[in-house]
Design a protein around this ligand. Sequence first.
Ligand code: F6P
Length: 360
Amino acid sequence: MDTIGVLTSGGDAPGMNAAIRAVVKVASARNVRVLGVERGYDGLIEGRFRQLTRTVSWGLAPIGALQSEGNKGGTMLGSARSSRFMAPEGREQASHRLQSLGVRGLVVIGGNGSVAGAHHLAIESPIPVVAIPASIDNDIGCTSDAIGVDTALNTIVEACDRISDTAQSLKRAFVVEVMGRQSGYLAMSAAVASAADAVLLPEHHTPDDEIIESIANLIHRNLATERAKRLVLIIKAEGVSIPTDRLVSEVELRLRDANIDIRGAVLGHIVRGGAPSFHDRMLAGRLGLVAVEALMNGVTGHMTAWRTTVGGGRPTSDPMVELFDIPTVLTETTALLDGSSEITKRRMRRMEDIQGVLSL
Ligand code: F6P
């Protein structure tokens, strides 16, 4: 194998650059050239490739910019949510591009949609494909962590600390909405770390009226009774159907006689940016190494998983990393999101157990 490709796809995640850097460094050390594909699967279809290795007197080395770019957020290759790649014609074009350039393997770095795309390419084309999980949502099956989750959580916790400073100065309640699509993982983890009083998760499927009622009661109990707390912090996952501004105004309406201030803050894309944490860089390095080794060992249609949540993957040179065939990953991803996975059930039981503790 003398040339491989690497691309980032879907929503960017902090640590994607570190994963690209790891792939290029490991490949160079094994004398394998790396072509970077710009703007995800769209770039693959359009043939937008860029050299990420250069020839030096002793063989191959990463291009100079990789060293510092690897420490930054976003993705230096650009990303896209490609609708063209979802059709077989798009994937056929992509496969031709790779073959015409002599690319013998592809590393796909991205979330669950990107991993599904990697699966299709692996079965429809002769090019071996290995995926690396990267998404702040942490909604990818079989891996306990995806690249980007730790940085996103650090950002959320810092934002909540800042909001708590101002909230307690003015004795206010805050509803802070965090990203995560249909997964409540970020909200749940951040709530524990930020000492929030409550967390609203899509996995609970609570009707809007019940949410409004319980949040109004919680705020009243904590700010307008003898408990007299100085702030109430509620973390809401974006997948919870009631919009944050509606939740705030409905609760305000119910508490209009209690003279309580309530504010909402939607953190949005702030959570997706920023330099990756140590943990995300470490994850990127270790998953990147295993992905290149897998391609070189003839593996295709697999994803690297960190401290597997389900067991039964293929062992690798790293005791913390296993390889899972992508159909297994996608089945577990669906179960994670529809609540039938043991992991989701355990998380929800845990959250129910601590509801009373959170509001103390
Ligand atoms: O999947 C990552 C994510 O940031 C989700 O948490 C969020 O729902 C979505 O992407 C936002 O997508 P976009 O950047 O396309 O608005």
